[in-house]
Design a protein around this ligand. Structure first.
Ligand SMILES: Nc1ncnc2c1ncn2[C@@H]1O[C@H](COP(=O)(O)OP(=O)(O)OP(=O)(O)O)[C@@H](O)[C@H]1O
Length: 262
């Protein structure tokens, strides 16, 4: 059972998970989680290490499909459509629900190609001038254009860690996603690069539904409007971020945010 704060502003659900459980072989890592993910706001998943935040995040774009031992029960919808139905095109789904990982993972290709690849394979842009404009727009939106516009042919892997992470965000944006999932996107970055990513998340928030897993409660408080607290595979409490941090209703949430464990 999740304690849901009743003062949450009503918003349409971009995604909805219902009674989602995830198993790795016989081990249950997520137990009966239901949540609505609204558009245009940032939702943070917090909780101690191993509580299942990343596992649950991966159910939202079927990244768990890539883990042979993982099995998902329950339903997840995007705009009301079941993303686990057999006819779902998973490649298309992952363009609509993009993902940014803990460790920046640019392709070992040029900065330009890192961005152009997705739009080209998804058929969004084919001609050189169309691709040029998607590349510029995505890099601008990710706050990276000014830093890389004169070196688009250089390898993406030659950028700094923070730039690489913004490149990965630009790559996700290039295919026009509706939701962006971020799994501890700043954990490999220094404080200055982290601050830039946080600013970027704030800029992007009005345009996409963003879900961020973070170990940092300060980060959750800075970037998100809604927070869900996970503990031992359960979603314990979900509410407006300010309430979760100032007026948690559940003892376990209180213990976590006051640093008693985790
Ligand atoms: N590929 C996997 N195979 C088997 N078990 C896994 C796998 N990935 C995660 N688990 C287990 O599932 C549980 C939840 O892990 P998960 O990584 O989702 O937690 P988390 O809250 O994101 O942790 P962290 O904050 O440390 O990243 C843990 O017990 C973990 O050991």
């Amino acid at each position: 059972m999740t304690l849901i704060h009743d003062n949450m502003e009503k918003m349409d659900a971009k995604m909805a998970a219902r009674n989602v459980s995830v198993f790795y072989d016989k081990k249950k890592a997520i137990d009966d989680v239901s949540i609505d993910i609204p558009s245009s706001v940032v939702t943070a998943f917090i909780g101690p290490s191993g509580c299942g935040k990343s596992t649950f995040l991966r159910t939202l774009n079927r990244m768990n499909d890539t883990i042979p031992a993982a099995r998902v029960e329950g339903s997840v919808t995007l705009d009301g459509e079941d993303i686990y139905r057999s006819k779902m095109d998973v490649v298309q789904l992952r363009a609509r629900v993009g993902m940014v990982f803990q460790k920046p993972n640019p392709f070992p290709k040029s900065i330009y190609e890192n961005i152009a690849y997705g739009p080209r394979i998804h058929g969004f842009a084919e001609k050189k001038d169309e691709l040029d404009s998607v590349v510029e727009r995505s890099l601008r939106r990710a706050g990276l254009w000014e830093e890389v516009k004169d070196r688009l042919a250089d390898s993406g892997t030659a950028l700094s860690g923070g730039q690489q992470q913004r490149l990965c965000i630009a790559r996700a944006i290039a295919v026009d996603p509706e939701v962006i999932l971020m799994d501890e996107p700043c954990s490999a970055l220094d404080p200055i690069a982290t601050a830039k990513i946080e600013e970027l998340i704030a800029d992007l928030a009005g345009r996409y539904a963003i879900v961020i897993v973070t170990h940092s409660m300060q980060q959750a408080a800075r970037v998100s409007q809604r927070t869900a607290f996970f503990h031992l595979g359960h979603m314990v409490e979900y509410g407006p971020t300010s309430d979760i941090f100032t007026n948690p209703l559940e003892e376990r949430t209180k213990d976590y945010i006051t640093g008693r464990y985790g």
